[in-house]
Design a protein around this ligand. Structure first.
Ligand SMILES: [Zn+2]
Length: 319
C-alpha cells in the first residue's frame, strides 16, 4: 500500500491497515496529538475508525477525503491536546466517543476548567485564552464509555485500558488482533529513541505518581505479548524494544531528584505550602519567569501539582 501524502501530516504505517497520524507543525504546544487510523478491512470494519488523532480541521478534511466514510472517533481523555479539534471529526460525520467523567470537557471549556481544578488558582479567562491559542472548539454531542470497556465497530474490537495516573479516566487502547498497544499519554513522548521529551505528566490534583508506576508496569506487561507500541507523542516502538518503559520510569526518578535537590536548599522552610511556593520560584520544570499572563498562570498551576506530588513521595521530607 502506498502511503498518501498530505502537507503537514505525517502518515506512518504501523501495520498494513493501521496508520499513525502525526501533525508535523501544531499551532501551539498543547494543540495536537498523534492517533491511529483503522482502515476498513474485509471481515473486520466496513468503515474507517479513528483513535485519538487530535489534528487540525484542514487535515481532518484531507484524511476524510481519502477514507470517507469515517464513522467513529474515540478520544482517550479530556486534556487540551486531545480535545481541541475533535469537533472537526464530528463535522465530517463521525460519532465521538470519550471516557466517562472527562467526556463532557469536549462540550464546554468551563467543564474542562472546573473538572481539572483550574478554578482553584487560575482565572477562567486564562483558560479561554488557552483554548483560543490551541484553537479549541467544542463538540455538539459525545457518547460516553467506561474506562476498561471493550468498544466494537463492526467486528473491530478495541479494549480501553485505564491508565489513571495521568488523569482520572485516561485510557490506552489494546488492539489484540493487530498486536498494537497505544498508551496515549502514559509518558512515552520520545520523537526518536535518543531524544527525550518531558516524560510522564502529572500536573493536576487528580494525578498520582504511584498509580503512574503501576500503569507503566501494566503497559509493559501487556506489550510483551504484542508487536507494536504507539503513543500520542512518540515514534513507533517494536517488540523487543522495551526502552520506552525504562524511559518513563527514569523520567519520574529524575523529576524526583530535581525536587529533592531543591528541597535540600530550603530545608528550614516550615510548612508544606511554603515549601511548594519556594520550589515554584526555582523554575525547576518550566521557565515561568520568562512567561507572562495566562500562560504563566497555567504553568504555575501545573508545576505546583508536579512539585506537590514529588514532595508527597520525597524521602528527604521525612527527616
Ligand atoms: Zn494528557
Amino acid at each position: 500500500m502506498d502511503i498518501p501524502k498530505i502537507d503537514n501530516l505525517q502518515i506512518r504505517k504501523v501495520t498494513e491497515d493501521v496508520l499513525l497520524l502525526h501533525q508535523i507543525k501544531p499551532p501551539s504546544v498543547f494543540s495536537c496529538c498523534d492517533g491511529l487510523l483503522i482502515l476498513p478491512k474485509e471481515g473486520r470494519n466496513q468503515n474507517a475508525v479513528v483513535l485519538d488523532a487530535n489534528i487540525e480541521p484542514k487535515l481532518v478534511n484531507e484524511v476524510n477525503f481519502l477514507y470517507d466514510p469515517i464513522t467513529d472517533y474515540v478520544c482517550t481523555h479530556g486534556h487540551m491536546d486531545h480535545i481541541a479539534h475533535v469537533h472537526a471529526w464530528e463535522e465530517i460525520g463521525a460519532t465521538i466517543h470519550a471516557p466517562n467523567t472527562e467526556a463532557h470537557y469536549l462540550l464546554d471549556l468551563r467543564n474542562f476548567y472546573e473538572g481539572y481544578g483550574f478554578n482553584q488558582s487560575v482565572k477562567f479567562s486564562a483558560i479561554e485564552n488557552f483554548g483560543k491559542l490551541n484553537k479549541f472548539q467544542k463538540c455538539k454531542d459525545v457518547n460516553t464509555f467506561e474506562p476498561g470497556d471493550m468498544l466494537k465497530f463492526d467486528k473491530f474490537e478495541v479494549e480501553t485500558i485505564p491508565f489513571t495516573g495521568h488523569s482520572k479516566s485516561h485510557v490506552g487502547f489494546l488492539l489484540k488482533e493487530e498486536k498494537i498497544l497505544h498508551v496515549s499519554c502514559l509518558g512515552f513522548d520520545q520523537p526518536k529513541p535518543e531524544v527525550d521529551g518531558f516524560g510522564p505528566w502529572y500536573g493536576f490534583r487528580e494525578c498520582s505518581i504511584s498509580q503512574y508506576l503501576k500503569d507503566i508496569d501494566m503497559a509493559d506487561m501487556i506489550y510483551r505479548n504484542l508487536e507494536y507500541l504507539t503513543s500520542s507523542h512518540s515514534y513507533i516502538a517494536k517488540n523487543p524494544d522495551m526502552s520506552p518503559f525504562d524511559y518513563m520510569r527514569r523520567k519520574i526518578k529524575e523529576n524526583q531528584r530535581k525536587v529533592d535537590i531543591g528541597l535540600m536548599n530550603i530545608k528550614s522552610t516550615p510548612n508544606f505550602e511554603e515549601k511548594v511556593k519556594k520550589l515554584l520560584k526555582l523554575d525547576i520544570f518550566f521557565p515561568k519567569k520568562k512567561m507572562r499572563g495566562f500562560l504563566q498562570e497555567i504553568y504555575t498551576h501545573w508545576e505546583s501539582w508536579i512539585i506537590t506530588k514529588h514532595l508527597q513521595q520525597s524521602k528527604i521530607l521525612k527527616y
